[in-house]
Design a protein around this ligand. Structure first.
Ligand code: TEU
Ligand code: CA
Length: 555
């Protein structure tokens, strides 16, 4: 297996709108990011994945781009970007841009031209279809943010496809002119010195020619079979690799809803010349009570089964991304751990141990290193995310489900849980802004903030810093073969990593009960290289405290 820098790196995701505001307008920005690079350097991360900072009307908070080569005014200027890039590089931190090319904003000049009635070079840049039965959409597909996936355009007199919001028309990747525009834009950013791309819903860019009705789940037809892992996806990614990616020393990660380990071996195979790695969704997709919305926790055996499948099936042939959360998911410690005051810190450290000791490139979502929690939403007016706002309307206001049944589900899963401002200190607005924040700050910022945690050697922050340092010190953490132990145990996640003569034992308790385990013979007396408790691991029998995690190392 090739040894490369992006396999040995830890990546930190910044959602710029909520990271740090430098000018008091209540919105995070590029100068704010630059002001916090020393904090990230101290944490020890190697790469920053920057959620979109391009010109956008912010219908989907920047994932609806109106100019790929201009900076969103609220975030600052291209000079601010260049300064942030240079300051990051000075600190040995690489910058990965978010490439959102399945769709643009409907305010992008390409779409403004494409929707014009008279023929023009942009007419086939998007996916236009005639309606049926007079005034019905071409088929029954639903969009991810509610409603039909088709929007009728008065000017052109046709429907256009939008798998997300109606202000996010899908690009037609079968048009070589579209692919050339995208590749030229990517080259322009690479020539500026950026270090890679996270590719938004890249598994959706190739659609089937035929677009029949989909199977109806909940409210609309499912476009998945016709829009995910489509017929030309690998052809287009290999073309992208040949024309752009192969020309630079980049890290590339595809966000690939619907990917399987088999397909990941193509998307992220060692020698398939597409991408370095992919984000899979099996552990966070989950079929809830109402679509994705649920108030149920997944069982540990479900979680262990999925993560172990990805570890074993990609070993030696492709590379995993490792993540618990991001800007689309609820906070890890609330979803997979225990965010009560008594157990929050222990369970946050346990989750970090469980993830960072696996094989793959670990991703830390802003605030995860502090053990930040979900937000206590009170009313639908607390939501800012188009997905949550539309979902509440579609499920509740329509009368489909009562507020009492739906509210615990949407507040548990809402993307806004991850989008409240990073909590920097215990001053007003958690030190995020001197103005009025665009979204409310979590009221627990007085207890949970970076200033307090950087000062406390036993904090979640310093625990993440130690874990990151372990990855640099022990090659087995990066390259060791994974094996799950105690597969049926509903409370303990225990696995080993083996690389030549080095071996790790990773033990993580996901319960608030005390548990006792017997160490495998070969690990009795082995060196403990990290633990979230002050415990001894010299004897065969170990009693685990609630949410205890430890790693033993032997040569
Ligand atoms: O997310 C696409 C995606 O995978 C969806 O599942 C998304 O997570 C959403 O929750 C639908 O349930 C990417 C971006 O990460 C997301 O922020 C954008 O809203 C979306 O694409 C459209 O660009
Ligand atoms: Ca600002």
């Amino acid at each position: 297996m090739k040894h490369t820098w992006w396999k040995e790196s830890v990546i930190y995701q910044i959602y710029p709108r909520s990271f740090m505001d430098s000018n008091g307008d209540g919105i995070g920005d590029l100068k704010g990011i630059t002001s916090r690079l020393d904090y990230l350097k101290e944490l020890g991360i190697d790469v920053i994945w920057l959620s979109p900072v391009y010109q956008s009307p912010n219908d989907d908070n920047g994932y609806d781009i109106s100019d790929y080569q201009a900076i969103m005014e609220e975030f600052g200027t291209m000079e601010d970007f260049d300064e942030m890039l240079a300051e990051a590089h000075k600190r040995g931190i690489r910058i990965v841009m978010d490439l959102v090319v399945n769709h643009t904003s409907d305010e992008h000049r390409w779409f403004v031209e494409s929707r014009k009635k008279e023929d023009n070079p942009y007419h086939d840049y998007y996916i236009w279809r005639e309606g049926k039965d007079g005034n019905q959409p071409p088929n029954n597909w639903g969009g991810s943010f509610g409603g039909s996936a088709w929007q009728y355009d008065e000017e052109r007199g046709m429907y256009y496809l939008h798998l997300f919001s109606k202000k996010q028309p899908d690009l037609n990747w079968d048009n070589p002119a579209v692919r050339k525009e995208v590749f030229d834009m990517m080259t322009w950013w690479c020539e500026k010195g950026i270090d890679g791309f996270r590719m938004d819903v890249i598994s959706m860019i190739s659609k089937t020619k035929e677009m029949p009705d989909g199977e109806v789940h909940d409210l609309y037809g499912d476009p998945g079979p016709y829009c995910v892992n489509g017929p030309n996806i690998h052809t287009y990614l290999r073309e992208m690799n040949e024309k752009v990616l192969s020309k630079y020393d980049l890290i590339t990660v595809g966000e690939t809803p619907g990917v399987t380990p088999e397909l990941a071996k193509l998307y992220a195979g060692e020698d398939t010349h597409e991408l370095n790695m992919v984000f899979q969704f099996d552990h966070v997709g989950g079929n809830g009570k109402y679509g994705k919305w649920t108030d149920e926790k997944v069982s540990l055996t479900f979680l262990k089964g999925i993560l172990s499948k990805w570890q074993t099936e990609l070993y030696g042939t492709a590379w995993n991304s490792l993540y618990w959360d991001n800007h689309d998911q609820p906070r890890a410690v609330s979803r997979f751990g225990n965010d009560s005051p008594k157990y929050r810190e222990a369970s946050a450290k346990m989750l970090a141990t469980c993830l960072h000791m696996m094989q793959g490139t670990p991703y830390i979502y802003q605030g995860e290193e502090l053990g930040m929690t979900n937000y206590p939403f009170q009313t639908p007016a607390d939501f800012r995310d188009i997905e949550s706002i539309n979902a509440y309307k579609e499920w509740c206001e329509s009368g489909l489900v009562s507020h009492e049944l739906f509210w615990p589900c949407i507040t548990n899963i809402s993307r806004d849980n991850a989008r409240t401002p990073v909590q920097w200190d215990d001053s007003e607005n958690a030190g995020f802004t001197t103005g009025t924040p665009w979204i409310q700050v979590n009221p627990n910022y007085k207890e949970i903030n970076a200033k307090a945690e950087v000062a406390d050697p036993n904090s979640v922050f310093h625990y993440y810093r130690k874990l990151i340092a372990l990855r640099k010190k022990y090659p087995v953490v990066v390259y060791g073969k994974y094996e799950l132990l105690l597969p049926e145990d509903e409370e303990l996640f225990v696995y080993t990593r083996t690389c030549e003569d080095e071996k790790l034992l990773v033990v993580c308790s996901f319960t608030e009960q005390e548990r006792t385990i017997e160490l495998p013979e070969e690990f009795i007396g082995a060196e403990c290289i990290i633990s979230n408790m002050d415990n001894s691991y010299e004897q065969k029998e170990v009693t685990l405290k609630p949410y205890e995690a430890f790693v033993l190392y032997r040569k």
